[in-house]
Each structure stands twice: as C-alpha cells, then as structure tokens.
Design a protein around this ligand. Structure first.
Ligand code: BTN
Length: 324
C-alpha cells in the first residue's frame, strides 16, 4: 500500500478529527463507495483508521503514521534519513532493512520505520514489544571502522537518543549501559545494533531504535508494564512520532560525526553524566553468570568498571541491574 495515498495524507493533516466520506469523495473526485473501499484497503495494510457512523473517518492522533517525503523535507541532516520508507506493519524494521541490503536496495543513511512490529527484536534474543503509537526504526550505515570502535557506537547512539528524547520529557531520561534509555527507573527506549562485513572491510551496520512514544500503559504486556514507560506516560502529551524521529536522526548524525572526528573521549563524559547507575551498587548478568559491585567508571573502551572487594573488574558485555 502506497503511503502517499491522498486519503492517508488528508487524514494525517487533520489527524484526530473525523472527515466525512462525502468530503473525502468530493476532494478526491471519487464516489463514497470508492472512498470506503480505499479506506478498507488502508486498514488491511495496517493503518489505524477509525470509522464512526455519521462522522466519517479519522486517523488516531497517537498513530505512528507519517509520510516520509514530508519528514525528509523538514530533516536537517545530510545523510541520515535522506532516504526513508514507512511501513504500517512489519515483522521487524531491522529484518526488513537486512532484506533490502541483500537485494542491493539499501543505501548509506537509509531509514526504515514501521507503525508496529509483529516480531520486534530486542537485545540478547528478546522480543521487543512494538504496538501502534511507538517509533520503531532502523538506520543503515556503511562505516570503515575496526570492530572495537564499531562497538562504541552503541553508547554513542544512546547519548544521542537521550538528548533527542529529552526534548519531549519534563523529567529527563538517562542511559543504562550500554544503550538503554531509562526515565524514572523505567525503560523508555532501546537500541539494537547488528553489523556484518569482513574484518578490515567496510562494515554494514543496522542500528535499530525503539522509542515508546504514544504507548499507553495498557499497550504493554503484564510482563513489562511495571518496568516500562513512554513519552506519553511521562509527559501526558500525545506527540507526533515524526517530530521524535526528526530529533533522533538529527542527534544521531551529530553524534556520529563527532565520534568519527573526535573519538569517544568527550562523548564518554556525556555518557557518564547521563548514566543512571554510575557510582551505585549494581549487578551485571551475562548468561548464567552474575557479578556484583560498585560501578565506579565507564572506561576509554566503553567498558563498565566495577569495584568488588578492593578489586577492579572491567566488563565488556552483559545486562546491568541496579541494586542500590
Ligand atoms: C533492546 O532490547 O533494548 C533493544 C530494542 C531495539 C528495538 C528496535 S525497534 C526498531 C528495531 N527493529 C527491531 O526489530 N528492533 C529494533
């Protein structure tokens, strides 16, 4: 389904308001039955269009839909998102982007976004809940970087997303190592980086970001509801997802540029300032293993530095849990 459909564009411009079938019909020069058929087609494709007898059709104000050309017009980036696709429904934007890469149809900086994901991928093989209303997108990057430097892009993009998301939050969010965003003790966004490429050759990177924008408490499953939050829940405002996407891509381009020019040192300082567990007692889980201690630093390689009974431990992978 083409997301430049004029019905969709019109409903999006008037989002939240009901437009009658006859108004749509006369604007488009088609019959009301033809409008109804097109709306049914859009709904089948995954767009959340409400219909109300006597009032007409409405695209919900918190809907994830946006029109890529309008976003690209507003976007102040030179590379990130200059090519952009929106799908009302996908298995996973990371997976769709990888399919496009295999078909040779992806270009550097390309962004794929979805209104909802049916099999959203989280870190360590977990499922990422991606209901309508959230911002689910993946970014393609071609980079000539050694693997160690590539790994640091995780915390670099976490800082960028925190800066972007904080533009919409009354109480700022922070980062949890290596790349989660937390607000008032609850997860609000996460990043999943997947890379492929021969050692020493250009790396193909898929940066997937999930930001809970207009996600209501009831949209989270019972499992994750107590530990998840959203921009809607924190700010009480329904936001236009494209505003958050624009802020995210602009910040990601800025931080990627800074990282490639200056390296990790300055961004490391920002990460530490935003870090929600630095200076606290934490537990790090990796598979069956767990390590407890005080998190005293994030080092020059992006590793967690833990003090445990007078010993210093450096940890490069795992899941952090704050215990004090
Ligand atoms: C995490 O576990 O914290 C990472 C979550 C990453 C989710 C995003 S949503 C867009 C992109 N597509 C996916 O399937 N996953 C990432």
């Amino acid at each position: 389904m083409n997301n430049n459909d004029p019905i969709l564009k019109y409903l999006h411009q008037q989002r939240g308001a009901y437009i009658s079938g006859s108004e749509l019909a006369s604007r488009l020069g088609i019959s009301r039955v033809a409008v109804w058929k097109r709306i049914e087609g859009l709904r089948k494709a995954g767009y959340d269009i409400s219909a109300c007898q006597g009032r007409g059709y409405c695209l919900e104000p918190g809907s994830s839909f946006f029109s890529p050309p309008e976003v690209v017009d507003r976007l102040q980036t030179t590379l990130l998102g200059q090519e952009m696709l929106f799908f009302p429904r996908l298995d996973s934007t990371n997976e769709e982007l990888k399919r496009l890469i295999l078909q040779g149809r992806a270009s550097d900086g390309m962004v794929i976004a979805a209104g909802r994901q049916e099999r959203g991928k989280g870190r360590v093989g977990r499922l990422w809940e991606s209901p309508a209303g959230g911002l689910w997108f993946s970014l393609y990057l071609l980079l000539d970087l050694p693997l160690q430097q590539l790994a640091l892009l995780s915390p670099v993009f976490a800082v960028a997303l925190a800066i972007a998301v904080n533009k919409f939050l009354p109480v700022p969010c922070g980062v949890k190592w290596p790349n989660d965003l937390y607000c008032q003790g609850k997860k609000i966004a996460g990043i999943l980086l997947e890379s492929s490429g021969e050692l020493g050759a250009t790396q193909q990177l898929v940066v997937g970001a999930g930001i809970n924008v207009n996600v209501a408490a009831d949209d989270f499953s019972n499992d994750i509801r107590p530990k998840s939050t959203s921009l809607l829940l924190e700010s009480g405002q329904i936001l236009a997802v494209e505003d958050v996407l624009i802020a995210a891509l602009e910040a990601m381009e800025e931080y990627l540029g800074r990282y490639l020019q200056e390296g990790w040192t300055n961004i490391r300082g920002e990460f530490k300032e935003l870090c929600v567990h630095l200076g606290r007692e934490i537990e790090i889980h990796r598979g069956q293993e767990s390590i407890a201690g005080k998190n005293i630093d994030i080092d020059e390689l992006g590793q967690l530095v833990i003090e445990q009974e007078g010993r210093l431990l450096k940890i490069g992978a795992g899941e952090v849990q704050t215990i004090a």
